[in-house]
Design a protein. Sequence first.
Length: 311
Amino acid sequence: MSTTSPIKLAIVGVGKIVHDQHVPAITANTDFALVASASRNNTIEGIPGFKSIEEMLAAMPEIEAVSLCMPPQYRHAAAHVALTAGKHVFLEKPPGATLSEVADLEALAAANGVSLFTSWHSRYAPAVQPAKAYLAAHPPINMQVTWKEDVRHWHPNQDWIWQAGGLGVFDPGINALSIVTEILPSLVFLTGATLEFPENRDAPIAAELHFNNAAGVPVHAEFDWRQTGKQSWDIVVGTAQGEVKLSDGGARLWIDGKEQPLEKEAEYPSLYRRFAGLVKSGGSDVDVAPLRHVADAFMLGKRKVVDAFHD
Ligand code: NAP
């Protein structure tokens, strides 16, 4: 049992992911005490709820850390308030709407002596570290990423996701990129992309990406929100010794056709263990590599206008 008192944590932006993942992961972790929430329209049962982060921090100065779970376009403003007030900050993915605003937060966290964590939940999927270890010893020669899902099922009526800064299909696609950037032994960079925008939306519904690196390892990625039926969250890596396949978003791993036994640890409990470690050690973990690839795709990608999308 821990001998230090738990970190007093509050959640800002209460919605789907907070109820599905954050609340269960936090309440199961003795390093944290969930003491409050701030959200314009929603609350969490059993703890005080405030309408804004400013109101919450003024009423409860004892709060030590916040998890920011609102859409990315609104994350920087809340993070700025929290870091300025000397609170440790957990950022849901993606960590912001631009690269520069995350750099601003990184500097602010350092200046205020508090921890900042850009969380990438998919990196904590069970297949990711075993795949990374295998690829460190068996260099990849190519990679195919297929991330296709039904947006109507996973993001019903989420308007923010279709607005500028909401990332569109890169909202799930960035999860794939967070795995790619974790398991590949060398950096890759975008060489070409095509982004498909519904004529009535500001964010893409599909994207095809080509990457390469100095070692000449080609990476091809396809993201599509128009998938119906079975969803595809697969990464297949060719090596001279055989194929490595991560499926179901990294929940399962095959090496050379044989499924590997994995420790089935859930992603969000691992994220909160990492955050507690950062707070206790006074460190930060700020990695924007997945977001940088998305920014590159918006810079380099060709744009194609496709049929309007209606929920
Ligand atoms: P959500 O339910 O649509 O939004 C979360 C909450 O943010 C909303 O309930 C809303 O609460 C608040 N919010 C919405 N618009 C806002 C605005 N304009 N200003 C301030 N707050 C606003 O979204 P979500 O699915 O939980 O996703 C939130 C974040 O978690 C996203 O970055 C997403 O990529 C990430 N994430 C989601 C999932 C998932 O499966 N859904 C998985 C992993 C990560 P109030 O109206 O009460 O303010």
